[in-house]
Design a protein. Structure first.
Length: 76
């Protein structure tokens, strides 16, 4: 399992891609004092759009200005 902290809900490609599909990662979001825990496979199912962005593919990170409602089911 991998954990990291970011100001906003942020997905870090290099950390996530190093996991197996059933491995968990936790993102601690300091702006809303929340944590989101999900499996890599859940990330791909729920946030499939993120993995297709230039930001995620080329720059290695993607973050939301405002946490989307679909993330709330992963609140820890």
């Amino acid at each position: 399992m991998i954990e990291y902290t970011a100001a906003r809900l942020t997905f870090r490609r290099d950390l996530i891609e190093s996991l197996d599909d059933e491995d968990y990662f936790i993102v601690h979001v300091s702006n809303d004092n929340s944590s989101y825990k999900m499996k890599k496979v859940d990330f791909y199912d729920t946030f499939y759009n993120v993995t297709r962005t230039i930001s995620y593919k080329e720059l290695g990170t993607y973050n939301y200005a405002k946490t989307p409602k679909k993330a709330f089911k992963y609140l820890k």
